[in-house]
Design a protein around this ligand. Structure first.
Ligand code: HEM
Length: 334
């Protein structure tokens, strides 16, 4: 964060002068806000503006007082941002609020509102608004921004980010939190997702060729039509995923948990599914030619019309599995 020590001081010193006229400042602030952004006025239709004004000034006071320990105020600002979604506030509304705040400070401070003081307040408001917005709204990031974020932070939290169509080939996202993220159509070739959490994320149509997803958590993840050719998924947790129409040719799925997963029409040619848990999986019409299913558990799995030509089924448990129309598999006991 770009806030310097001298900027923190300027903000703290100037706020003292505004705090003594807090009621007046709040009144000026809302007056100005409704002038520059009349569209936000209905959000305060049932609000006691006097109380609201003092809450706002108090919150700004807390933030200003906490500038030296930003890490302490961040969770409060994040929670504030999330509460504001429920008030009907949109992320673009933070711009006129920032403008009205700077204008109010100018009225209150007069000649003391120097360009340096203005710049310092703009920076502080920017940090607060960005913290609130980032916590409250789904974020879109360009691949370059994403790569910078990944490079700067050891364990990146990208929960609920929109990265649709992003080109992230070769990036390391191991251990990353990507719950609910939207990565549809993204280029994720060779990406290292080992140990990452992708619960309920959407990776439909993404290219995950050679990606490393070992030990990743993909519960309920959508991978419809995704390309996972030669991807590494040993011991991945992926129950209830949707892999319909996905390509998993030569993928390593050893010991993978794929219970209740949908793989209708998926291509699993020469994939390694040894020891995988595929109970209740829906694999109708899947192509498993040359696949290794040794010791795989397929209890109650649906394999109707699947192609198992030259697949290795040694020690596989097919109890209750639906095998009508299966191609290339002799169901008679040896
Ligand atoms: C960093 C910027 C902001 C700060 C520090 C802030 C501060 C506050 C505080 C302390 C409250 C009292 C309720 C609570 O704590 O949840 C509040 C409520 C509210 N704020 Fe903000 N706010 C900010 C941005 C905005 C923006 C951008 C808007 C959009 C116009 C907005 C509209 C509202 C509304 C509608 C309420 C609810 C009023 C009610 O209770 O009826 N705020 N704000």
């Amino acid at each position: 964060m770009a806030l310097t020590d001298s900027q923190k001081k300027l903000v703290q010193q100037s706020f003292v002068k505004v705090a003594v006229i807090a009621d007046k400042a709040a009144e000026l602030f809302y007056g100005r806000l409704f002038e520059v952004a009349p569209n936000v006025k209905p959000l305060f239709a049932n609000t006691n503006m006097k109380e609201q004004g003092s809450k706002l000034m108090q919150m700004i006071g807390t933030a200003v007082g906490g500038l030296d320990r930003l890490e302490d105020i961040v969770p409060h600002v994040q929670a504030l941002g999330k509460r504001h979604v429920a008030y009907g506030v949109k992320k673009e509304d933070y711009t006129p609020v920032g403008e009205a705040l700077l204008w109010t400070l100018e009225q209150g401070l007069g000649a003391d509102f120097t360009p340096d003081v203005k710049a310092a307040w703009a920076e502080v408001y920017g940090v607060l608004a960005n913290t609130a917005i980032e916590a409250a709204y789904k974020q879109k990031m360009t691949p370059d921004e994403m790569k910078t974020k990944v490079g700067q932070e050891k364990k990146v939290d990208l929960t609920s980010y929109d990265l649709i169509g992003a080109n992230l080939g070769g990036v390391s996202l191991n251990g990353t939190q990507l719950t609910g993220a939207n990565l549809t159509g993204a280029n994720l070739t060779n990406v290292d997702f080992s140990g990452a959490t992708l619960i309920n994320a959407d990776l439909s149509g993404a290219n995950l060729t050679n990606a490393n997803l070992s030990h990743a958590k993909l519960v309920g993840t959508k991978l419809i039509g995704a390309n996972l050719t030669a991807a590494q998924l040993p011991s991945a947790e992926m129950p209830e995923c949707d892999l319909s129409g996905a390509t998993l040719t030569a993928a390593d799925l050893t010991g993978c948990n794929m219970k209740d997963t949908k793989m209708m029409g998926a291509l699993l040619i020469c994939s390694n599914l040894s020891g995988a848990k595929l109970d209740q999986a829906n694999m109708t019409g899947a192509i498993l030619t040359g696949a290794n299913l040794t010791r795989a558990s397929l209890v109650n799995a649906n394999l109707r019309g699947a192609n198992l030509t030259v697949a290795n089924m040694e020690g596989a448990n097919l109890e209750g599995a639906k095998l009508t129309g299966v191609i290339g598999y002799d169901q008679r006991p040896a």
